[in-house]
Write a protein of this length. Sequence first.
Length: 242
Amino acid sequence: MLSRNEAKYIQSLGHKKNRDNEGCFVAEGVKVVDELIQAGFTIRKIYALKSWAVDNGNIKDVTEIDNADLKKISNFETPNKVVAVFEKKKLSPNPGFYNKITLVLDGIQDPGNLGTIIRTADWFGIENIIASPDTADIYNAKVVQSTMGSIARVNMIYTDLDEFLLSNKIPVYGAMLDGEPVSAIQKTGECLVIIGNEGKGIRENIQPYIQKKISIPKIGNAESLNAAVAAGIILYSLKTKI
């Protein structure tokens, strides 16, 4: 059974302030929950239908609930068997940026976009994403869901981009409309790739750090590309030229 206090607590984790205070977040659905368990995330509590609990009898801290209770604590119209509360993963204090491509996100605010970017980064083997403090929270329920478990493998580090880029000695690429076509780049090694806000692009105070502007040539009539789509195209192009 799900108590009223438990339901309220899980619902409270829909707010970033509470997630930060508690050091935990909510994940939903068989695929995402299984991925995070396999990745070693610490489980605080799992609430699941009997069918999931039976299939995962080796997992402790599982409370069996019915469909009505599952709907109470789910963020989605069609809940998928299980809702889990996990502790946030502990990041390395000194992640390495050398000999690899690292994404830098300047104000990506749509949770769906961020989740897709993280999943895409995971596909291309990107280990770290640096993000401005106003970028959507990686532990937002929609972000967690849309990553399909990729938050287990990609480190998301929120920091002041001015300070980070000022102390950086790695080449910086910036996705901008007036940049060189990314397909024209012959070879790249380690680099930081900045993707700007969905509507405003890369902020003016960040642009001076860019050493090479890159772009995706426009062929049709669309006004702009989705930020997550642009990140995917750029990563594909750069990763094939390392």
